[in-house]
Write a protein that binds this ligand. Structure first.
Ligand code: F6P
Length: 474
């Protein structure tokens, strides 16, 4: 395939597929986890873009290739870079810092050096592949230095950046020893997109305070005459695609099979998350178990299916979390389960989309209770799959999705008693009530799908003025 001169280049830490070893020992590809991939894939297809990213693992010298009609350019990482850039600075420094310090971030200078080196390599690759005047769309917290590095190499490009996770308040962000470099890295873009208006405001305020640039509302004025816009673009899903899948005969049959296998309880509760400490899995399972202990229902009435998708397994905090959840599930099932009737059906695995759609179809109460989450696409996927307007969503106030899905049962995930009440209300809610809420949420999700998100971002990016006419010339 030809990879020269792309008019749209996507730069993300990950490719949409991971390199894996198949059962027979030969290499193959598997869809990578997480919301980012789910969101960008349809945009890529619609715009014939080229995607630069890491395919997982340490294979060097992988050639560009096409998968599912997408042009993919694999970037290798050395074991040291995986440790320093990916597991270290991205996932043990930035991730907890940007998620309200749910875990304690670690600051290590070698990790930062590795982050800089990897960002530079990605920027150089984008500079090599982008055609004259092309648009480059850089994604997420692992790549925050790419916009500035790329602008230095290719001032002709239009550069957009989108942050998929929350952007923290100044009070937290300023702990970072490299706060100024990150802000300047982002300011290389013409437009910086966030999930929520609060993130954009945090960014503009920090740029004013820490970098000293003039700002007005959502605009930053740089001394070289450029203008950078910071705005919110709440991300979404391929709502029609999910609904179609949910309506299909095989998915309907599989959903029935799942309920049957669970022993046909009156109500099925469901949680689907990457196994991450931001997701609030522990507290949510405790809340559910306490409802059984308190006698509100028993294991014949209700079961909780928790899917935990393996994630970042080399990072210590994630290993600790896995052990904690394993122990909790074991204890709850040991204390409350009966033969063939565990209170919690726990699955540590990732599943194809069809299986997810079947799970969504089979669940009466979807429980999404992160301590902090940029958006949370699982909440939107559940709503998209409930084409009969049935089913209840219990949703954390601290997920970006709560801004749009106002009719969910909103909870504070730190308040276990509050969560218990919401779970119980959702369990007991009558048809009329759940229908009223689901109908309204479905309208929101179907009207604001991922195509609308990408169109809005691209249209606004095209409109940011290249210059505000006040260039300071040396
Ligand atoms: O959507 C947030 C995000 O962190 C993405 O940037 C990332 O690709 C995904 O979740 C999954 O995480 P990881 O790439 O570390 O497996």
């Amino acid at each position: 395939m030809s990879t020269v001169s792309a008019d749209l280049v996507i730069v993300a830490n990950r490719l949409p597929v991971d390199r894996v070893e198949q059962a027979d020992g030969t290499p193959g590809w598997r869809t990578s986890p997480g919301g980012l991939v789910t969101a960008i894939e349809p945009v890529m297809r619609a715009n014939d873009g080229t995607w630069i990213g890491w395919p997982g693992g340490t294979d060097a010298d992988l050639e560009p290739f096409e998968a599912d009609g997408m042009k993919l350019v694999p970037m290798s990482m050395t074991p040291e870079e995986i440790e320093g850039h990916y597991e270290g600075f991205s996932n043990a420094t930035l991730w907890p810092l940007y998620h309200d310090l749910v875990a304690k971030p670690e600051f290590h200078r070698e990790w930062w050096d590795s982050y800089v080196a990897v960002n530079r390599r990605f920027a150089e690759k984008a500079a090599e592949l982008a055609s004259e005047g092309a648009t480059v769309w850089v994604h997420d917290y692992q790549m925050q230095l790419v916009p500035q590095m790329l602008r230095e190499l290719r001032p002709d490009l239009r550069i957009g950046f989108y942050l998929h996770i929350p952007f923290p308040p100044a009070e937290l962000f300023q702990q970072l020893p490299w706060r100024r470099q990150l802000l300047e890295g982002l300011l290389g873009a013409d437009m910086v997109g966030f999930q929520l208006p609060g993130g954009a405001q945090n960014f503009v305020r920090l740029v004013r305070q820490r970098v000293g640039h003039k700002t007005h509302r959502d605009l930053v004025y740089l001394p070289d005459g450029r203008t950078v816009r910071a705005a919110a673009f709440p991300i979404s899903i391929d709502a029609a695609g999910f609904e179609e899948m949910a309506r299909s005969e095989p998915v309907a049959a599989r959903a029935a099979e799942i309920r049957e296998a669970l022993g046909n309880p009156r109500k099925v509760f469901l949680g689907i998350d990457r196994l991450d400490y931001t997701k609030g899995i522990y507290a949510r399972l405790r809340a559910f178990a306490e409802l059984i202990e308190d006698g509100h229902f028993d294991v014949e009435d209700a079961v909780f299916v928790q899917v935990a998708v393996p994630s970042r397994e080399q990072v210590e905090q994630y290993r600790i979390l896995r052990d904690e959840i394993d122990r909790l599930v074991g204890r709850i099932n040991g204390d409350l389960g009966r033969i063939g009737r565990p209170a919690i059906s726990y699955l540590h695995s990732s599943y194809p989309r069809e299986e997810m759609a079947a799970l969504y179809r089979s669940a009466d109460v979807m429980v999404v209770t992160p301590y902090r989450d940029g958006m949370n696409l699982v909440a939107k996927e559940y709503v998209a799959c409930r084409f009969e307007d049935t089913g209840a969503l219990v949703l954390s106030e601290f997920a970006g999705a709560a801004d749009e899905l106002r009719q969910a049962w909103l909870v504070n995930p730190y308040d276990i008693n509050g969560m218990k009440s919401a779970l119980l209300e959702a369990y007991r809610a009558d048809d009329r009530e759940t229908r009223r809420r689901m109908k309204a949420m479905r309208k929101t999700v179907t009207q604001n799908d991922v195509a609308a998100w990408a169109d809005a971002f691209m249209a606004d990016l095209a409109e940011v003025p290249g210059s505000h006419g006040k260039a300071v010339r040396p």
